[in-house]
Design a protein around this ligand. Structure first.
Ligand code: SAH
Length: 218
């Protein structure tokens, strides 16, 4: 998501109650449900949360799950705070947001401690030479494998067919097990029942793009 940089956003994000300061966390003091939320509930991450509607609504609907939204741009995170503020009267405390690059996640989390990862409308990086930057390339799949608990899943949605097909190939090559795929999520009655739309999903489905989804486990 390319938004015009908001001045001071790097400092402004730190003043919000949802802000999870990665700088105080490392492998000796890792981010776990216990350390951050003071309970032992499952921990779900959205990588590249953008404006945050998906993760905020998930948190409201599932009070017994802890959610952390990961976003690399502070400016984008300010928009996610605004989304949260729209819902703040709901009074939930199972959501945090963290401003880091996904490539660095292992530094902050405990191995084999994440219960689910969501990847929603990840940047497609269409050029072949940028393939390694796609969040479903080998480099990132290796990180997710280290973070996820045994049998935990990744749920991936996109409207980009090339990225979707690349991801299926990449998952297979890296010995991930693909549990579910659809090339038209919004017309898959069963799967769509519990679907929470992201900002990009709303935008692209209004343009009549099909939404692709897969669920996979390392
Ligand atoms: N999930 C949202 C936003 C999708 S756009 C939605 O579906 O509406 C992709 C988002 O991922 C952007 O906000 C971008 O800044 C973020 N992003 C891309 N690469 C990232 C990375 N390596 N680490 C953290 N965030 C990343």
């Amino acid at each position: 998501m390319r938004l015009r940089h908001i001045k001071n956003s790097e400092n402004d994000i730190k003043t919000f109650p949802l802000y999870l300061d990665h700088q105080i966390h490392n492998t000796l003091n890792p981010i776990t449900s216990n350390n951050v939320f003071n309970n032992n509930n499952p921990l779900y991450l959205e990588l590249g949360m953008g404006k945050g509607k998906f993760i905020t609504q998930n948190a409201i609907h599932n009070p017994d799950i802890n959610y952390i939204g990961i976003e690399k741009y502070a400016t984008v995170m300010l928009y996610a705070y605004k989304t949260y503020q729209k819902y703040a009267k709901e009074n939930f405390n199972n959501l945090k947001m963290m401003c880091v690059d996904v490539k660095d996640l292992e530094q902050y989390f405990m191995p084999k401690n994440i219960d689910k990862i969501f990847l929603n409308f990840s940047d497609p990086w269409p050029k072949k030479r940028h393939e390694n930057r796609r969040l479903t390339s080998k480099f990132f799949l290796d990180i997710y494998r280290k973070l996820l608990k045994t049998n935990a899943t990744i749920e991936f949605k996109t409207d980009n067919l090339s990225l979707f097909e690349f991801s299926i190939e990449s998952l297979k090559q890296n010995n991930y097990n693909i549990l579910y795929t659809t090339y038209d999520l919004h017309n898959d009655k069963e799967a769509n029942k519990s679907n929470i739309m992201t900002e990009y999903e709303e935008k692209f489905s209004q343009l009549d793009n099909k939404i692709y989804k897969l669920i996979t486990t390392p």
